[in-house]
Design a protein around this ligand. Sequence first.
Ligand code: NAD
Length: 457
Amino acid sequence: MKISIIGTGYIGLITGLALTKKGNFVTCLDIDQAKIDALNKGELFFYEPRLKNLLKQALQRKLLRVSRMNYEDITNSNMTIIAVGTPELNYDIDLRYIKNAAKSIGEALKRKKRYHVVVVKSTVTPGTTEQVIGKTVAYFSGKQIGEFGLCMNPEFLREGSAISDAFYPDRIVVGAYDKKSSQKYISLFRSAKCPIIGTNLKTAEMIKYTSNALFATMISFSNEIARICEKLNGVDCEDVWNAIHLDQRLTPLGYQIKTKRLSKITPGFLQYLRSGCGYGGSCLPKDTKALNSFAKSLKLDTPILRSVIRTNNTQPQQIILLAKNALGGLHGKRVALLGLAFKPNTDDIRESPGIKIAKLLLKEQALVICHDPKVTEKNIKNNHPELTIQLFPDINQVLKNANIIIITTSWDEYRKITPHQLKKLTCTPIIIDGRRILSRKNFIRAKIPYFAIGLGN
Ligand code: NAD
């Protein structure tokens, strides 16, 4: 099938590449010339494991084209997927990019006689696909919804493991305006090995928000528990969570084919029931706020959602409190901040707790020296030009002479930090483990002050 995708960011590109793997011809469209040029040279503008190879293969096999936004590529395709951003705007959803994309599709379809399916992959609140996107396409094309197909296919892939998520999804949700739209779009997933949930447009939109709100709630709940534990001498939230996780309802026994024995299954969602610096990234923060605003527009109060957001907004401050208590003040102190990406295996700093903590540290007039395996100075300058931090590629350079070390992203290489390494590099090492990735006992045994989210002292 010939598919055009509007918006060649994170989701648009990965969706496009996954579709080329199934033999479809994909044209990814964007308005950002720098991205288009980079991709056509086989270069990525963000970091994601295993993606570069896929891009090169798709370009070599001539299954992928990346081009500036134009009408011809839309009319020449059978289907257009919208994957533009839906960022936050004053605690609500900014539909500017969505409306522009819908207008372009409408203007393109005005010139086309054959049936065309419009698929929304961007995260939008219930009703938006039909009322905003469908109606805009209809207005500019002069056609009724139904004369063109309309689907909503929320995306669940996670940055850092996007390739396996895209190729082996847990489920595919397809909301459709009518049967014809859904049949056309679902035909793309003939070889899928997961359940395909066919539903209406609003349910598909709601499934995505509920999923993200659930994960955000688990994280904020874990962080509230951590705050209580911090006030209790001798209580560590890690011990609390480890015991909770052993509940059979969370970790049931399952038959392991490899060992031919029954053993505990640890579902992935349990990682959200751990305490840390809070959630970040391009989805959870904006989607919880958008869902809350959407509920408000329905004249509903959603106190749980409001608290989830409030707890997350204040979680970086908890790290500052721990650091202040440990040092007696941060003014003029040299702080080694480990991790700027919002999670490991990505260079995405959108809404990253590491960036928020860096800002708070600067406010306290600390000297902030940072390390992150993937985040670049250019990335920081483009997105946070006001952030006067120093970023070094060598972790030892960052740790050297630090008054305090704060871990804000659970990159694997930070798990390898040893008490010996710290003692060699700093005279009076103090650790704040914001992600609970170090062995508390090792540091305490080495007489290195170890403070952490959820650890009562
Ligand atoms: P992004 O900002 O990385 O990419 C959006 C792209 O759209 C940009 O390259 C931008 O230049 C382009 N664009 C904007 N207006 C355009 C137009 N009129 N024509 C052509 N291109 C245009 O965003 P993203 O992270 O890929 O997210 C896209 C959507 O997917 C959002 O709604 C997001 O909530 C959702 N989503 C994201 C993730 C994720 O992990 N990033 C996961 C699930 C869902």
